[in-house]
Design a protein around this ligand. Sequence first.
Ligand SMILES: [Zn+2]
Length: 106
Amino acid sequence: METTKRVINISEKFGSWIVLNKQGKQVLCQCDCGTQKLVYSHTLTNGRSTNCGCKKRKESIPVGANFGRLKVISDAEVKGKRGELLLLTQYQISTQDAINIILHHA
Ligand SMILES: [Zn+2]
């Protein structure tokens, strides 16, 4: 039995993705955050791909999370020197506040 092929339409939404273009088996999508990526159409239709990965990262470390004396104060991501993702954190020291960045779990 032939599996019915789900038709993907331009500008259709899959989670945070919006379909920009279709290229064979792949679909050019743009995430809510602005990231554009080619994804396989079946990963959209089966729900495996719903965003570029930014949502997953933000869920893993919410703003306000504490890491010892470090507190996450912003979900704005900063690209490190080697392309690693960093999160803005702040030392929880009553006398002085030092801005620091910690390695973000990818
Ligand atoms: Zn994204």
